[in-house]
Design a protein around this ligand. Structure first.
Ligand SMILES: [Zn+2]
Length: 247
């Protein structure tokens, strides 16, 4: 295993004094768990800030109490209940037009209010749609539910809301459902860094702590070890990005 693709890009950036911005989003948190502790400890060890996309309906005080022991964690809203309302032939989707628009927006507003009240200063007004999917017609109504930004997966495609996306998914969902090959992930990361430099933007790493196998954990440790103190790399929180963006 080698991280050569990433090292080559880091060296090339260093020669040109280019800074690469990274951010970390972890999805599906509801309650404290051993896996969440492991991720909080690992990111904390390397001082990597992290945004947790929390599912509002089923979460409560226990997660808020656990996160109150941290100081680099932001909390974003991960839909309402992470339920699929799409038909069997469609891709899974909670935030589609399978139900009345008012129902969807009402749930998103409830999620915003609940997580803001549970997490206080750790809360950020960002929506992370479950399965990274949301219908275009819902996006324009997000501000009325309080949201100021959106985060999905893949290259940012402007659609009416400030976007902070993730680009590297550490899990091979369609194949083994385990961690992707490390070399592939380092190569994908290097490629995204070059795209982000060309287009302006960050490199977003996407994790799902409840679904990590050892392969994922060791990749994250290798990535953090390589980047945390590297002069080219700057790990930023979604809160810093929002603050720079919003008036
Ligand atoms: Zn999710």
């Amino acid at each position: 295993m080698t991280e050569k693709m990433l090292l080559d890009t880091l060296n090339a950036f260093a020669r040109k004094d280019i800074i690469a911005d990274f951010w970390l989003r972890d999805d599906d948190a509801t309650v404290p768990s051993a896996a969440l502790d492991r991720l909080l400890n690992l990111s904390g060890q390397y001082s990597i800030p992290m945004t947790l996309a929390v599912i509002p309906e089923v979460t409560g005080d226990a997660l808020a109490t656990r996160l109150s022991q941290t100081n680099t964690i932001d909390v974003a809203v991960h839909g309402w209940s992470h339920q699929n309302h799409a038909g069997p032939e469609e891709k899974k989707r909670e935030l589609g037009l399978h139900r009345p628009l008012e129902t969807v927006i009402g749930e998103l507003e409830s999620g915003f209010v609940k997580l803001k009240s549970l997490h206080g200063s750790r809360f950020i007004p960002m929506l992370v749609p479950p399965w990274n999917r949301i219908d275009h017609d819902i996006i324009e109504h997000l501000p009325q539910a309080g949201y100021k930004s959106l985060s999905v997966y893949g290259p940012e495609k402007p659609d009416g809301m400030p976007l902070l996306n993730t680009h590297i998914d550490v899990i091979d969902w369609r194949g083994t459902r385990g961690g992707k090959d490390h070399d592939l992930l380092f190569a994908e990361t290097a490629q995204r860094m070059r795209e982000a430099h060309a287009t302006g933007g960050m490199t977003g790493i996407l994790t799902h702590h409840l679904d990590h196998d050892e392969h994922v954990w060791t990749f994250l440790e290798r990535l953090f070890k390589l980047t945390a103190d590297h002069p080219v790399c700057r790990w930023r929180s979604s809160r810093q990005w929002l603050q720079a963006l919003l008036p």
